[in-house]
Write a protein that binds this ligand. Structure first.
Ligand SMILES: NC(=O)c1ccc[n+]([C@@H]2O[C@H](COP(=O)([O-])OP(=O)(O)OC[C@H]3O[C@@H](n4cnc5c(N)ncnc54)[C@H](OP(=O)(O)O)[C@@H]3O)[C@@H](O)[C@H]2O)c1
Length: 253
């Protein structure tokens, strides 16, 4: 019996990378998973099919979180799918994982890039959480995927790092806000992780340089992060809230 039997989880950006492996892991623990995606319907379908073929339950929901109305669209689809399956719109676990990364030092950053990063990485998860509040069962879990870029002062990630710093500040405020309902709110900070977002890590020179700066001397894998998220989602993590779990293998410590 998995640790999340009977629970329902929404994983944003569940189609690829860290979100994909998180969706698979939560399903393996027994949760029914709403696999959100933005553009990549075939990738989301592959995740849903993989979960089903392992005996789990999942469905896909589409919403472009860079667009006005994206959060509304997400909940229209989610409510419809949940009602059809359970007769209710409530769920138990929110993983705010969808995110984008745009490189740029302060001289290179345009207002468009700044707005896009804040829209997808901060504004969308903020309003997803706002809409989740009435739907999340007491004792639920909110897990925000941040980044070590929120603690390391990378000059070429000035805006991306700022978005993740914002996510961590929101995490702390919401831990206090939702605590009386037994809902925990935490952030997980991956370091350099091998996904489509970070393909440069597959360059042997870049990969070796990043590994050298990492205490555990390798690049992260999505399952390194998914296991931490699954733990935070479980009952064993009920006394952890308002914290940032650094899942980076010790990057630049
Ligand atoms: N990889 C790393 O090294 C690393 C390090 C630290 C933190 N992180 C964080 O980890 C999280 C996941 O990153 P990842 O590496 O797994 O990225 P990824 O492989 O690029 O996957 C990104 C996911 O987010 C979704 N997404 C992106 N833009 C979206 C939009 N406008 N609307 C809706 N969905 C959108 C994508 O959906 P589609 O498939 O439909 O496009 C995809 O499922 C992000 O928050 C990222 O900041 C990653």
């Amino acid at each position: 019996m998995g640790t999340l039997q009977g629970k329902i989880a929404l994983v944003t950006g569940g189609s690829r990378g860290i979100g994909r492996v998180t969706a698979l892991r939560l399903a393996k623990e027994g949760a029914t998973v709403a696999v959100h995606y933005g553009n990549n319907a075939s990738a989301a379908k592959e995740v849903v099919d993989a979960i089903a073929s392992n005996g789990g339950a999942a469905f896909a929901v589409c919403a472009d979180l860079s667009a006005q109305g994206g959060v509304e669209a997400l909940f229209t689809a989610l409510d419809r799918e949940l009602r059809a399956r359970t007769g209710d719109i409530r769920f138990d676990i929110l993983v705010n994982n969808a995110g984008i990364w745009v490189r740029g030092a302060i001289e290179e950053v345009t207002e468009d890039v700044f707005d896009r990063l804040f829209q997808v990485n901060v504004k969308a998860p903020f309003f997803i959480t706002q809409k989740t509040a009435a739907r999340l069962r007491d004792g639920g879990r909110i897990i925000n995927v941040s980044s070590t870029a929120g603690r390391i002062g990378y000059p070429e990630m000035v805006v991306y790092g700022a978005t993740k710093g914002a996510v961590e500040a929101v995490t702390r405020s919401l831990a206090n806000h939702f605590g009386a309902r037994g809902i925990t709110v935490n952030s997980v900070t991956p370091g350099a992780t091998d996904t489509g977002m970070n393909l440069s890590l597959r360059d042997p020179v870049i990969g070796a340089a990043v590994s050298a700066n990492t205490a555990l001397k390798r690049i992260g894998r999505p399952d390194d992060i998914a296991g931490v998220i699954a733990f935070l989602a479980s009952d064993d993590a009920r006394w952890i809230t308002g914290t940032r779990v650094d899942a980076s293998g010790g990057l630049k410590i």
